[in-house]
Design a protein around this ligand. Structure first.
Ligand code: AMP
Length: 283
């Protein structure tokens, strides 16, 4: 496995692979890898011949009061996991390599970045879209793999790729969960034991809401109330948003129809968690 933080070294390795007409799969991450990340790597291995994983805690997607400094960076462990899984190249750039002394060019995707996490994390998706554009230009993959866990991010990136005619395809993979439903996240390790016990309430609320939709409930406001009520049962959970939206536009749609996204974000203690599930509504 090649490990490099140098852009020209990566370009050279990937160019050689491309010459041989081999398919390049790319999994961008911020490291602290868990089974969710590994599922993306597995999907990439299935579909591609040469797998690139990036590990980069992207400073531009963190707000000034967010956890950039505390974000976990267990690099040696991550590299071992990548190697065991069959990754071909790990790209570990520094912020200076990615942004130089001063970055004046930014990628912004409108509309889709306004609700949900866009509302609570101003500038977050500008950082995400910019770093993904840079990484896509550096790696030039055929396919890039993202998790449904960050549904809004996947939607924003897919739209950016389409709007900017970037020559790659985005593949979105299902959310990997603990047995009690909690979506895996690099931030779960910061949950204190009592918080960890309450954290699955996000998924429970989503699942109850999905059951109500499947049972015929189509009133968005009633469903959003259900989400709030379910989340409200956990004293340690502070809801940031609990919303039911059209999965493609992220706009509320009344009555519910088509692919519907049920999305929540909450603080459990100091840890910010997000989760979502999508439901098909066709009557
Ligand atoms: P991150 O390292 O948090 O930036 O995540 C890197 C990629 O892994 C993103 O595409 C995430 O959506 C994806 N991911 C994170 N958690 C999960 C999970 N529990 N299941 C599937 N994919 C995930």
């Amino acid at each position: 496995m090649i490990v490099t933080e140098i852009i020209p070294t990566l370009r050279e390795a990937v160019a050689e692979v491309r010459c041989k007409q081999r398919r390049i799969g790319f999994v961008p991450t911020m490291g602290a890898l868990h089974a969710g990340h590994l599922s993306l790597i597995d999907a990439a291995i299935k579909a591609c011949d040469f797998i690139v994983v990036s590990i980069f805690v992207n400073p531009t997607q963190f707000g000034p009061s967010e956890d950039l400094a505390e974000y976990p960076r267990p690099l040696e462990r991550d590299l071992t996991l990548c190697q065991r899984r069959g990754v071909d190249l790990v790209f570990t750039p520094s912020p200076e390599q990615m942004y130089g002394a001063e970055n004046l060019t930014w990628v912004t995707v409108s509309d889709l970045t306004e609700p949900l996490c866009g509302h609570s994390r101003p500038g977050h998706f500008r950082g995400v879209a910019t770093v993904c554009t840079k990484l896509f230009n550096i790696v030039q993959p055929d396919l890039a793999f993202f998790g449904q866990k960050d549904a809004q991010q996947a939607l924003v990136i897919r739209r950016m790729v389409a709007d900017l005619n970037l020559p790659l395809r985005i593949v979105v993979c299902p959310t990997v969960r603990e047995t009690d439903g909690l979506a895996l996240s690099s931030r779960n390790r910061y949950l204190k034991p009592a918080e960890r016990r309450e954290a699955p309430s996000l998924y429970r609320a989503l699942a109850i809401c999905r059951e109500q939709i499947l049972a015929g409930q189509r009133d968005r406001l009633i469903l959003e109330q259900t989400l709030q009520q379910e989340l409200g049962k956990s004293a340690l959970v502070e809801v940031e948003y609990a919303a039911i939206l059209d999965e493609n536009t992220l706009k509320p749609r009344t009555p519910l129809y088509g692919r519907v996204l049920i999305a929540v974000a909450a603080r459990v203690g100091k840890v910010r968690l997000i989760d979502n599930i999508a439901v098909d509504v066709h009557d």
